[in-house]
Every structure is written in structure tokens, then in C-alpha cells.
Design a protein around this ligand. Structure first.
Ligand SMILES: Nc1nc2c(ncn2[C@@H]2O[C@H](COP(=O)(O)OP(=O)(O)OP(=O)(O)O)[C@@H](O)[C@H]2O)c(=O)[nH]1
Ligand SMILES: [Mg+2]
Length: 703
């Protein structure tokens, strides 16, 4: 079980809309603790969707329903909360701010048409949030900013707005500013008084209200006019003409929807200040799905398909953006419909990308969707259909994995995938008993299918089951889901697969002779073993003269040697990079056999190993770290303390440097965690196995 799902009759209003123009999909983005979940909760309560706002601390919010979220006191997954406001359905998509859950954020960005950046009035703006802002900017996603937690004891909303302007760049301007008990509208020149909570008492327009904020008002109006398509407006404004409020608002809304103007709204979720302005802003200025170009699509065989649009009568194309596994209802797939209309009575076609690195095959299947639901956190409310542009949840669509396309069997489609982050923290899990092992493997594959940021590795050499996670908080969520699924699991240190090799040439004599009673065994061989350069593997040379070892038994010797190389000659580490030459031997006309010569070959190798010196080889990875220049010194110093060798650095985009290095894999086990703390989460890295290298004298063999 992951999320405690709950299909209740109807805790909210009817949530099926038939017109994409009436839908807004808004993803909440921002650092952990900035107040996204609390804001969502306040908006749900303000709109009457829930009777009263729950609290993150008490674990009673709609969005943080997962037991791991309650325990960690922060969101650990994406959550959808639809709010009805002014005849529109706003799908609020709450995402976790903590870096481990960036996969959930990516899914939220995919499902949304606009982003609300939530930053705390007391915290400044962090680099990870700036990076998401820039990413949204690069695809023209409309964005607005909420400066949250106005009641924080260190809140300084004006400083925070200035920090947002410095961090996010042009077009970021406040639409409202805080005053005691509420806000003042810079364009509307009205006062929004929240002293009695939501909804605010709104005053009539009054120029005196904004006197105090004349500079901010002028800057805002100039900012809006600069974005206007009416080029005469600036001249008229500079000529002293008062531009009408409705003209300014219309231009403002167009510029927001275009992604070139980003209003800032100060908000306090606890007192309600700003909630009406956020809801109105979303409905009026954020675009409907009709204005968002859906992702590219092909037929499942890869042939091009006409571009999609948010047309309820178009071909069905929906995408599974998230999968949760629930102990009561099974698999719950959160779906964004990009085109067409999903109806429970119609069969659907599910096709996937076959993310082979996660151990999945390409898949294609026809399925039946018994019920459609509108999710409200963990609550599933049945709906009769879901139109293009809207979000819904499907249950029991067995073959659907995150990233899959749901289309119609008559016109099967495949939506081009979105980019998912690579999990880089290995965690070795062990089942406490035999029966736990079975439960574990059953649950693991389901978990991996639902979470694209989780990778499963069964390492045959070390015998370990390794889960590659995004970080420790992610690992905790995964483990708690496994335990909740009934498997008693623990963790153990991750083992590294080592190799060994011969440090110097040596000879070995293998004699396997047993001739007392019954069928005898007779095989003798002499071998020479020489080290080869790294990466050469294994070579076998036959130099037997005069049939000392009959030719049919030469492959037997090789087989025996190979088997021993794989089993290892010291501590069980496979032997590589050697040439084994069969120089001589003896056979018996009756008692020699394939098996006897295999045994003799293995014995000879063991004897040669005893006469040589065995060097341990450890895996070395090529690592690429991309980081802001200011952290370069720290990261280089850290790499060298990990026995890393820097191969070079190059300047990347936007003040970033890419460091190329080779680092022993044993030193990278916790690099995902350490690099994040060294660079405040601003660096990323990739790693790839390069080769094996001798371990330095005195290095501790990782267990
Ligand atoms: N007093 C006060 N506290 C708030 C407000 N907004 C959020 N908080 C508190 O701040 C903490 C973090 O809020 P969350 O809503 O969990 O923040 P988040 O952005 O969802 O954090 P992540 O889920 O980790 O990304 C919680 O303890 C909230 O109760 C606010 O407006 N006023
Ligand atoms: Mg949250």
C-alpha cells in the first residue's frame, strides 16, 4: 500500500467539466517548506471543497496523505486537488519541493499548463527553484509567483519580491502589495480586507489607496504597457493619459498567458490573505488547455501522427503521469487527457516506451476502464467522463505504467516521453525471511513500474538486490512502501564487484589422478599464466606438442581453467586479464576424461595463483559533474579525496562547468547525497562504468 485511497460518494461538488476552456491545470513549484501544500489546503477550504483546512504538522492535509509524507512532514509525491472557482475547474497539482522527489515535480510539469512558483517571504530564492523557472521559461510555460507565509516572524515580502526579480529576471512584478489585514491592488487601486477571513471585503477603487505605492504602481503599469500589442499605448501613457483599468488588465492577462509577464501575489495561507487574488488570477490569466500545445505523438510503430489538440472530439490521447499502488483498489493511474474524451464504457489501448533500463519490455495492450475518478488527494470521486485538458484517475488498468499512453484501440498512439532524472543512490535491500523474499520481489516490480525514478538491479556477482534511489528520503519512502506491502525488509552496505589478476607470471601443475578401484580418473596438465594489459580479458593458448594432452581434452582444460577464473583464486573475486598457456600434460588411455581434465585445469590455475601474487582490481567509473562555477573548487577537492582523477573541465551553459573525472565506484556510493550537500543541490552528475584498475596498497576492500 502506498496511499490510503478512499472512494467516497461525493465530498466535493461535481467535478466533471465538458469544456476544456473551463479547465486550468496549475502546478505548484517551490522549495520544500515554502507552503505549497498549505496553500493548496487553504484554497480547497476557501472554495468550499473541504469544510476546513487541514495542517501539514498534524498530517491532516488533502495532499500529504501518504504515511511517509505525514512522517517526513513534507510532500513525497505529486497530488491533485481540483478546486471549483468562478465556473472553472482548477486542478491544483501540488509537488514536493525536496530534491529527492524531483521525478514527481517533472510529472507535475508535464500534467500542467501553467506554474505557480511558491516562495517563502522569509527565505530568498534557492538555485533549484531558479533552475525550474528557467526550464519553464525555455518552453514558454506561463508562470506567476506567490510570496507565501506573510505571517512568518522574519517575513519581508518586499525584499522577497526583489529577490524574485533578481533571480527570475524580466517581467516579474507585484500586482498586489501587503498592507495590514490584507492587500492593496496596484492596478485596481482597491483594498482587499481579510480581517474577517476569506472572501475579502473589497473597497471601491480609490487613487489614495495606492499613493504609498506610487512607484511600484508606475513600474507595474509601464511593465504591462511594454507587453501590450497596442503600440500607441506607451505614447499615450507617457503623454500623461490615464490608461483604463480594464485595458491594463486585458493586456496583463494576455502577457501572462503568453509566458512573458509574471505577476507576484503575496499570500498568507493561515489568515487567507491573497487567496481570492490567486484563484481569480488563475482563472483569468492562466491559459486553458486549449492554448497549450500537447506533446508530440506517433503511432506505436514509430510512424508520425498528426499533432494533437485539446479537442474533446479528437482522437483519444492521454498519458499516465503518475502511478500509485493502493492496498484496497490496486493500481491507481493519474492521467492527463491531451486529446479526445475518456469514457469508462469504451475500451482503451495502453502502449509504453519499454524503458528497458528499468527492466521493462515494450508493451501494447487493450484494456477496459471500468471507472473514472477525479482525485482529491487520496479521495477518488467517480466521474462519468474526462475531456481533453482535464486530469483523472483510472484504477485497475493493469498494464499501465507511468509514462504510458492511453488511446483508442482503433487509433493507437504513443506520446513522446518526458525526461526523467536518473537515480544515483544505491541501497541494498534484504528480506528478513524466505516468505518476505517472495513478497518483496512481487512488490518491487510493481513499485518500479510506478516510479520511473526507481531502478532495480539484481547483482549476480555480489548477490545483492540493489535499489537505485534519488536520495535518502526517497529510499525511506520506497522502504516504507515495501514494508507496508507486507515484506519485512532491511538494508545492508552495498557491495562492490571486484576482480583480481596475476601480478607476475607463474606456472602451475595440475594433477588429478584417482585409480584405486572402479573407473579411474587421470589427468595431468602444466600451465603458464601471464598477466595481460587491463581490459584484455582471458586468452587461452595451446602449446602442447606430441599429443601429451590428447586434442579432445584441450578444451576440457580450458573449461576447467575458465571455471576457476570465474570462481576466483582468492576471496572469490573473478580473475581477469591473463593469458593461460597449456604447455604440457599427461593422459591415460582409459581413465582420462573431460571431467578429469577440467579438474586438472582448475587445480593447475590454483597452484599458479599460489606461486604468483594476486592483485585486486576495483571498478572505476567515468563521472561527469555539471555545477555552477562557484562550487568548482569544493567539488574538485572532494573528487580528489575520493581518489578521483580529473580528466578535464569545460565551460557549459549559464555559468556552469562540466568536470570529467574517473573515480573508483567504491567512492561513489553516497556521491548523490554528498554532492547535493556540497553544492546546495545545484550540481548534477552522471556515471558510467569505465574499467577495472588495481586497488592501491592499503585500500580497504569494500564489504
Ligand atoms: N504560519 C504559517 N505557516 C505556514 C504557512 N504556510 C505554510 N506554513 C507552515 O510551513 C511548513 C511547510 O509548509 P508546507 O505546506 O508543508 O510546505 P511545502 O511547500 O508543501 O513543502 P514540501 O512539501 O516539502 O515541498 C508547515 O509546517 C506549514 O504549517 C503560512 O502561511 N503561515
Ligand atoms: Mg508539500
Amino acid at each position: 500500500m502506498a496511499d490510503k485511497q478512499n472512494r467516497s460518494a461525493d465530498p466535493g461538488a461535481a467535478v466533471a467539466v465538458d469544456d476544456p476552456a473551463k479547465v486550468r491545470n496549475v502546478v505548484l513549484v517551490g522549495p520544500s517548506g515554502s507552503g505549497k501544500t498549505t496553500l493548496t489546503e487553504a484554497l480547497l477550504a476557501a472554495s468550499g471543497t473541504v469544510p476546513r483546512a487541514g495542517s501539514v504538522v498534524e498530517g491532516t492535509t488533502v495532499c500529504d496523505h501518504d504515511p511517509a509524507a505525514v512522517r517526513q512532514q513534507r510532500s513525497v509525491g505529486l497530488s491533485v486537488a481540483p478546486v471549483l472557482h468562478a465556473g472553472h475547474k482548477i486542478n491544483l497539482i501540488d509537488t514536493p519541493g525536496y530534491a529527492d522527489f524531483v521525478g514527481e515535480l517533472r510529472a507535475g510539469l508535464r500534467a500542467a499548463d501553467a506554474a505557480l512558483f511558491v516562495v517563502c517571504a522569509a527565505e530568498g530564492v534557492d538555485a533549484a527553484t531558479i533552475a525550474v523557472w528557467e526550464e519553464c521559461a525555455s518552453v514558454g510555460m506561463p508562470r506567476a509567483v506567490v510570496v507565501s507565509r506573510l505571517d512568518h516572524h522574519r517575513a519581508d515580502p518586499l525584499a522577497e519580491i526583489a529577490a524574485c526579480q533578481a533571480a527570475f529576471g524580466a517581467g516579474v512584478l507585484p500586482l498586489y502589495l501587503p498592507v495590514p489585514d490584507g492587500l492593496v491592488g496596484l492596478v485596481t487601486q482597491r483594498r482587499y480586507d481579510y480581517s474577517a477571513g476569506y472572501p475579502p471585503r473589497v473597497s471601491d477603487p480609490d487613487p489614495a489607496v495606492s499613493d504609498e505605492f506610487a512607484d511600484a504602481r508606475n513600474e507595474l503599469i509601464e511593465g504591462i504597457i511594454a507587453e501590450s500589442e497596442d503600440e500607441t499605448l506607451m505614447d499615450r501613457y507617457l503623454g500623461g493619459e490615464e490608461i483604463a483599468e480594464d485595458v491594463l488588465i486585458a493586456d496583463l492577462e494576455t502577457a501572462v498567458a503568453r509566458g512573458s509577464f509574471h505577476p507576484v501575489i503575496p499570500v498568507c495561507a493561515t489568515s487567507g490573505v491573497g487567496l481570492a487574488e490567486v484563484l481569480d488570477g488563475i482563472v483569468r490569466a492562466f491559459p486553458s488547455p486549449l492554448e497549450h500545445t500537447p506533446p508530440g505523438v506517433t503511432s506505436p510503430d514509430g510512424t508520425e501522427h498528426a499533432a494533437l489538440s485539446a479537442d474533446p472530439a479528437g482522437p483519444l490521447a492521454a498519458e499516465v503521469v503518475r502511478t500509485a499502488v493502493d492496498s484496497y483498489v490496486g493500481r491507481v493511474s493519474l492521467v492527463r487527457v491531451f486529446s479526445g474524451t475518456l469514457r469508462p464504457e469504451n475500451p482503451v489501448h495502453v502502449s509504453g516506451h519499454g524503458l528497458t533500463e528499468r527492466g521493462h519490455e515494450d508493451h501494447d495492450a487493450d484494456e477496459r476502464v471500468a471507472h473514472l475518478y477525479s482525485p482529491l488527494g487520496a479521495n477518488l470521486r467517480e466521474v462519468p467522463f474526462c475531456v481533453a485538458g482535464d486530469l483523472c484517475a483510472l484504477t485497475k488498468v493493469g498494464s499501465a505504467e507511468t509514462g504510458d499512453t492511453v488511446s483508442s484501440p482503433e487509433d493507437p498512439l504513443l506520446i513522446k516521453p518526458w525526461r526523467m532524472p536518473e537515480p544515483l543512490l544505491p541501497v541494498a535491500v534484504v528480506a528478513k525471511s524466505r516468505s518476505d523474499e517472495d513478497t518483496l520481489s512481487r512488490n518491487l516490480s510493481r513499485l518500479v513500474a510506478g516510479d520511473p525514478t526507481l531502478r532495480l538491479e539484481r547483482n549476480a556477482e555480489t548477490g545483492q538486490l540493489v535499489l537505485w534511489c534519488m536520495g535518502e528520503a526517497h529510499a525511506e519512502v520506497v522502504l516504507s512502501r515495501l514494508r507496508a506491502g507486507g515484506a519485512d525488509v532491511g538494508t545492508e552496505p552495498v557491495r562492490i564487484s571486484l576482480r583480481s589478476t596475476f601480478a607476475k607470471p607463474a606456472r602451475g601443475h595440475g594433477r588429478h589422478v584417482k585409480q584405486s578401484g572402479g573407473h579411474g580418473q587421470f589427468a595431468v596438465c602444466d600451465i603458464e599464466v601471464e598477466p595481460l594489459p587491463r581490459g584484455s580479458g582471458f586468452e587461452f593458448v595451446d602449446k602442447v606438442v606430441g599429443g601429451a594432452v590428447p586434442h579432445q581434452f584441450i578444451p576440457s582444460v580450458e573449461k576447467g581453467v575458465r571455471a576457476q577464473l570465474e570462481r576466483g583464486v582468492q576471496d572469490g573475486y573473478p580473475v581477469v586479464d591473463v593469458r593461460v598457456t597449456l604447455a604440457d600434460g599427461k593422459a591415460h588411455s582409459v581413465d582420462s576424461s573431460d571431467a578429469a581434465f577440467q579438474t586438472a585445469g582448475a587445480l593447475a590455475l590454483r597452484e599458479a595463483a599460489a606461486a604468483s601474487r594476486i592483485t585486486l582490481l576495483e571498478p572505476l567509473d567515468t563521472v561527469e559533474v555539471s555545477l555552477p562555477d562557484e562550487h568548482l573548487g569544493t567539488v574538485l577537492g572532494d573528487l580528489s579525496s575520493r581518489r578521483g582523477r580529473v580528466l578535464g573541465t569545460e565551460s557549459g551553459e549559464g555559468g556552469h562547468t562540466v568536470v570529467h573525472a574517473e573515480v573508483p565506484a567504491a567512492e561513489l556510493l553516497r556521491y548523490a547525497v554528498d554532492l547535493r550537500s556540497l553544492t546546495s543541490g545545484t550540481a548534477t552528475f552522471t556515471r558510467r562504468h569505465a574499467r577495472f584498475e588495481p586497488m592501491p596498497e592499503g585500500a580497504v576492500v569494500p564489504t
